[in-house]
Design a protein around this ligand. Structure first.
Ligand SMILES: Cc1cc2nc3c(=O)[nH]c(=O)nc-3n(C[C@H](O)[C@H](O)[C@H](O)COP(=O)(O)O)c2cc1C
Length: 167
C-alpha cells in the first residue's frame, strides 16, 4: 500500500460535477499524513469554493497561472518541483484532452508539463463523454505515457444517466 506520511501531493481539481468529492479526498489525504496543495482550474472554482479546499488542506489554493502575487511566493515551477505526486481528481474530458495534446494553457496543465512527478488521473464525466472516440484516444495516449488512471467507477450519474462516470 502507498504510504502517504509526509508525501507532498499536488491535488488538481477540474470543472466537473464530481469536484464536490475533492473536499472529502483532501481530508482523507491529510488524515493519511500527506501534505496537500490544491490547484484548481477556473471551471473547478465554479463547482466548489477555493475557501473550502484551503480550509481542508491547510494551504493556500492555487488558481491562476498569470498571477504576479503567486509567482512571488510558490510560483508554478516551485510548485511543480514540490510535488511528489500530482493527482487530478476529478479530471474532466477537456483536461485530459489538453494534457494529451501537451497544452499548458492554465496553471494545472502547465504544472503537469513542468513536473517530473508521477501523474494520476481520476476521470469523471457523463457516460457518453467517456465513451466518445476522441476521449478514448486521449486516455490511450495518456496511458501509453505511463499516466495512471483511477476509475471511472460505474453507477447513477448526476445527469440521470447510468454508466461509467464518477471517481
Ligand atoms: C453543470 C456542468 C457539469 C459538468 N460536469 C462535467 C463532468 O462531470 N465531467 C466533464 O468532463 N466535464 C463536465 N462539464 C464540462 C466542463 O465543465 C468543461 O468542459 C470545462 O471547460 C472543463 O474545464 P477544466 O477542464 O479546465 O476544468 C460540466 C459542465 C457543466 C456546466
Amino acid at each position: 500500500m502507498l504510504r502517504l506520511t509526509n508525501r507532498q501531493i499536488l491535488l488538481g481539481i477540474t470543472g466537473g460535477i464530481a469536484a464536490y468529492k475533492s473536499a472529502e479526498l483532501t481530508r482523507m489525504l491529510k488524515k493519511a499524513g500527506a501534505d496537500v496543495r490544491v490547484v484548481m482550474t477556473p471551471a473547478a472554482a465554479e463547482f466548489i469554493t477555493p475557501l473550502t479546499l484551503q480550509a481542508l488542506s491547510g494551504n493556500p489554493v492555487h488558481l491562476q497561472l498569470l498571477d504576479p502575487e503567486a509567482e512571488a511566493g510558490m510560483g508554478h515551477i516551485e510548485l511543480a518541483r514540490w510535488a511528489d505526486l500530482i493527482l487530478v481528481a476529478p479530471a474532466t474530458a477537456d483536461f485530459m484532452a489538453r494534457v494529451a495534446a501537451g497544452m499548458g494553457n492554465d496553471l494545472l496543465t502547465t504544472l503537469c508539463l513542468a513536473s517530473d512527478a508521477p501523474l494520476c488521473l481520476a476521470p469523471a464525466m457523463n457516460q457518453a463523454m467517456w465513451r466518445d472516440h476522441q476521449t478514448q484516444l486521449n486516455v490511450q495516449a495518456l496511458q501509453a505515457r505511463g499516466i495512471q488512471f483511477f476509475g471511472p467507477a460505474s453507477g447513477e450519474q448526476a445527469c440521470g444517466d447510468t454508466g461509467w462516470d464518477e471517481c
